[in-house]
Structures are given as structure tokens and as C-alpha cells.
Design a protein around this ligand. Sequence first.
Ligand code: NAG
Ligand code: NAG
Ligand code: NAG
Ligand code: NAG
Ligand code: NAG
Ligand code: NAG
Length: 449
Amino acid sequence: MFSEQVSTYFCSCSALYPSPEEGWQIYSSAQDADGKCICTVVAPAQNMCNRDPRSRQLRQLMEKVQNITQSMELLDLRTNRDLQYVRNTESLMKAVDVKLKTASDNPRSLNPRSLQELKDKVTQLLPLLPVLEQYKTDARQISRVREEVRNLSLVLMAIQEEMGAYDYEELRHRVLLLETRLHSCMQKLGCGKLTGVSNPITIRASGSRFGSWMTDTIIPSSDNRVWSMDGYFKGRRVLEYRTLNDFMKGQNFVQHLLPHPWAGTGHVVYNGSLYYNKYQSNIIIKYHFRSRSVLVQRSLSGAGYNNTFPYSWGGSSDIDLMADENGLWAVYTTIPNAGNIVISRLEPQSLEVLQTWDTGFPKRSAGESFMICSTLYVTNSHLAGAKIYFAYYTNSSSYEYTDIPFHNQYSHISMMDYNPRERVLYTWNNGHQVLYNVTLFQVVKTAGD
Ligand SMILES: *[C@@H]1O[C@H](CO)[C@@H](O)[C@H](O)[C@H]1NC(C)=O
Ligand SMILES: *[C@@H]1O[C@H](CO)[C@@H](O)[C@H](O)[C@H]1NC(C)=O
Ligand SMILES: *[C@@H]1O[C@H](CO)[C@@H](O)[C@H](O)[C@H]1NC(C)=O
Ligand SMILES: *[C@@H]1O[C@H](CO)[C@@H](O)[C@H](O)[C@H]1NC(C)=O
Ligand SMILES: *[C@@H]1O[C@H](CO)[C@@H](O)[C@H](O)[C@H]1NC(C)=O
Ligand SMILES: *[C@@H]1O[C@H](CO)[C@@H](O)[C@H](O)[C@H]1NC(C)=O
């Protein structure tokens, strides 16, 4: 310690170091023989930092991320192995299927020997059952992990607000990495045919009869914001809520005033930008929320607009934008396509059309449509009794009529979009915002298909 007198010059040490309240102690300021300032500073003890509740919270979060990472690794390993097993069993199933077909087409061909053969083959298939059981368990675990990751991002958001600190970035990065892996894991169990739409949950009743609401559809993302766009006609006001919970309560929102008004309800948020159809045109606009600016706008060549080719409910729903696991899509029609639904895959930066499919399904007879795993699903009405009636597979350029019912509780659906990150359907039903679960079935092909 110093007992020397501070003579001619005043040395200020405290300006260089944090204050005592933060655990730093400055004992003295003085000048040495050459007139240089000398400060004696005692840095806060290590345990001082540890007692900081924020850093404890961060440490716990780190541990949690570590834990989730470990369980993801395990899951990843197992789904890889199980998937291989299921694939290996496919040929066996095909053989059984062929034998069964022969037997049912021609019952007399079934002699004791071939019956025994069939029995043997079925016996060989039995080990598949526990594997499929494991599949189900893994799917459940994945949805638990997903909830944990979601919780983590919420906590992170709160911490960021409190301290905006450096460690936060590191953590956020790790959570994002986790989401990427979670996604690849889900993909393995994941993409398939839609077989069910269930469990409608009414999140809120707000706004007019027609409208649209959504969360970001990019994967991965730790963005929990909810956007709501009321009406289909010339609107410009987008409400942005911090979380789904805030949206439910109608609290904590900010407003974006779009530079150009919108038409219809076919908007989508993808990677922090809103993609929407400009009023009375076939121009698609990409509006970036953070910078509150239009990044790009481009005409969707030939696309009908201004209520020329809407869905069955009208409302200038000529151009429907959507995103799925595989990117950004536009659903619309043109005069050369005679009003039948056309699907185009869009490049998200430039809005250029990458590829186009003609589904042959009349747009006017469609209530709504949404895309899951590069397949377009179309409903046959916006009113009570509507069902998912038609599916177009872009991967094979083929279609199929389907019969998938869903509960249309409020009898007028003006928006229906799949969110691949959350694997739910967002709908706007007569002024109610409703979510549905979807069930996807991963097909193990048999010779009968
Ligand atoms: C991480 O996992 C360990 C062992 O399973 C457990 O004791 C610990 O409480 C977990 N930590 C967190 C933050 O979940
Ligand atoms: C996520 O947070 C909610 C609300 O705090 C809690 O009820 C739930 O158990 C959490 N889920 C997981 C998997 O940690
Ligand atoms: C196309 O996608 C569907 C649904 O995901 C799937 O069932 C089908 O097997 C795929 N077809 C081809 C040729 O990959
Ligand atoms: C999402 O946006 C970020 C920049 O904000 C960009 O770096 C990234 O490539 C985008 N991802 C996709 C899939 O477009
Ligand atoms: C759009 O439709 C309205 C009403 O039918 C009409 O008055 C208007 O001129 C049309 N605008 C364009 C650009 O086609
Ligand atoms: C709907 O999805 C949520 C989240 O994955 C899940 O907790 C819930 O059990 C699902 N409901 C049905 C009926 O599948």
C-alpha cells in the first residue's frame, strides 16, 4: 500500500478501472519518483464473479446446452442406425407382399411348402417391430428436445435484454447449432406424406374475418416473434409480437408500416423478411423487418392478380406465398394455365423463379393450399366440411386425390400455412387464429404401392 503523499499532479486511477461496486478495489493513486502515476488495484476475487446471479444463470444454461447436445448425439446415432435397418427390411417386405399377392390372386397356388416359406419370411420381419417402437420413442424425445431448445431461446432473449453481453452471442450460436442438428434429426424421422390434421387449438380471437398470422419459417431459428396482418385489402400495418404468449394476450407488440399495401392473405415470413403480394399487381415484395426496408421486389411473370384467380373465398388471394423444409414457394395461376394451380420454387434473395409445376387443379375450386416436404396440399373449400382433397408431389411431378378431414370450427378459413420449424398449420378462421398438428407418415415402400 502507499502512504506517499500525492504532490503536484492529481492522478486518477479510478477512471481507468471499474468501480468498487463491481468488485474492483483501488487502494491508492500516487506518483513515483519520475512523476508517473501508480495505481494499486485489486481485481475482484473469482468467487465474486461466480456469485453474480447472471453468470450463474449463464453457466446453468451452458450446462443445459451441453446436456441437450449429448442427447442429440445419441438420438442422431440411433435414428441413423434404425433408418438403415428399416431400409434393409424393405426388400423382405416386398418379397412377402409379392407372395401374398400371388396367393390371394390364385389361392390354389398356396401349398404347404409355400405357406411355410411365407411364415418364415414374416418371422424374419418380426424384429422390425421393436425398431419401429423405438422410432416412436425417438420422435417423442425429439419433440421434448425441441421444447427445451425453444425454452432456451426464450431465456436467452431475456438475458440479452438484461445485459446484451458477449457470452450471450456464444450461447446463442450454440443454441442455433443445436437447432440445426435437431432439424436434421427430425428430417430423418421427418419428411413424409401428410396423413392427418388434428388437435386444433384456438390461440386467439382477434381482427376481422380475413387475415393472416405467422412465425418465421426458416430452419434453424431462435426467433419466437409472431406477426399478424389483418384483412386482405390494401393493408399496410403489420403487428409484431415478441412471443406467442404475447400474441395470445395482445401485449408487447410493435408496428411495421409497409411502404406498399398488400393484397390477399398469402404472406410468409422467411429468414427475418416478410414476402407479400403488392396490391393490384403480381409483384412480390421482400420486406426486411430489422432494417424496416424493402430488399427486393419482382413481378411473378404471368401470374393473375387483383382477384382474377383467387381461392374459392375470393379476397384477392391470387398469389399465395409459403415456405417448407425445402425453401420458398409461390402458388398462383396464369391465363395460359387456364386457371389451374401453378407452383413455383423461388430464390429467396432475388425472387427469381427456379422451377415451375402445373398441377392441373382449378384454383377457383381450392379453399386454401399449403406445402409440406415439397408436396402441395389443397383443400376443397373454405367452409364447413372442408377437407384436404388433392396433393401434388413436385418430387415426381404427380398428383393424387386425398381425403384428409380436419375440424373447421369457425367455418371460414382465409389462410392456411405450414410452419416446417414447428410442424404445425397456422390458420385464420373467421377472425380466430387456430393452430393444427400435422401427422406425417414415412412410407416404407412395398411392391403393392
Ligand atoms: C445435465 O445432466 C446431468 C446428468 O444427467 C444432471 O445432473 C444435470 O442436472 C443436468 N444439468 C442441467 C442444467 O440440466
Ligand atoms: C419449458 O418451459 C415451460 C414454461 O416455463 C415449462 O412448463 C416446460 O416444462 C419447459 N419444458 C422443458 C422441456 O424444459
Ligand atoms: C415424393 O414425396 C412424397 C411425400 O413426401 C413421398 O411419399 C414419395 O415417396 C416421394 N417420391 C419420390 C419419387 O421420391
Ligand atoms: C438468412 O439470412 C442471413 C442473413 O440475415 C443469411 O446469412 C443466410 O444465408 C440466410 N439464410 C437463407 C437460407 O437464406
Ligand atoms: C382491379 O380491380 C378493380 C375492381 O374490379 C378495378 O377497379 C381496377 O381497375 C383493377 N386494377 C387493376 C390494376 O387491374
Ligand atoms: C401436437 O403437438 C404438440 C407439440 O409437438 C404435442 O405436445 C401434442 O401432443 C400434439 N398433439 C397431438 C394430438 O398429436
